[in-house]
Design a protein around this ligand. Structure first.
Ligand SMILES: [Zn+2]
Ligand SMILES: [Zn+2]
Length: 156
């Protein structure tokens, strides 16, 4: 069994890879839309040395597709992978803290997570995954409510 933080990172890596693979399989790099008739547009698909026009379609659908063309998706995936790299777990090692890991960029603790101060003499344990990783995972469909943060989460 792995701790929750590893699960969410592995899940996120898989979710990003699915989108990267799907974007590469399209076979066209960029997609732009042009007016056709009132309320309709057509798409122009581009790849090096070649372009092709599609049939007429709803204007809003055409705009949506152009905003999510393979280049845009791959750019977003690359940026999300940079965020993942910034928010990897590292050994905590904080004085008095017995959690195994914390985010290497954030210093997110239970007092921030649960909006309360630790009792006198108690350690303010780190929480991993940090809110950045969780929000990133949510954007790919991770069900946050089914995977609540665990105080003092550790590798088991
Ligand atoms: Zn973080
Ligand atoms: Zn810690």
């Amino acid at each position: 069994m792995t701790a929750q933080g590893e699960d969410i990172l592995a899940w996120l890596d898989h979710a990003i890879r699915e989108r990267e693979d799907a974007a590469r399989c399209v076979g066209w790099d960029s997609i732009q839309s042009s007016e056709y008739m009132w309320g309709t547009k057509y798409l122009t698909l581009y790849r090096p040395g070649e372009s092709k026009n599609t049939v007429e379609m709803d204007s809003d659908l055409a705009d949506h597709i152009t905003l999510h063309d393979p280049e845009s998706v791959l750019r977003r995936c690359a940026a999300d992978r940079k965020l993942m790299t910034l928010h990897q777990p590292v050994v905590c090692g904080a004085f008095g803290c017995d959690c195994d890991r914390k985010c290497k960029t954030c210093d997110w603790t239970a007092s921030q997570e649960f909006d309360r101060k630790p009792a006198w003499g108690q350690v303010d344990h780190h929480i991993f995954p940090c809110p950045t990783v969780r929000a990133l995972a949510e954007s790919y469909g991770w069900a946050a409510e089914q995977n609540p943060p665990i105080e003092g989460d550790r590798v088991t």
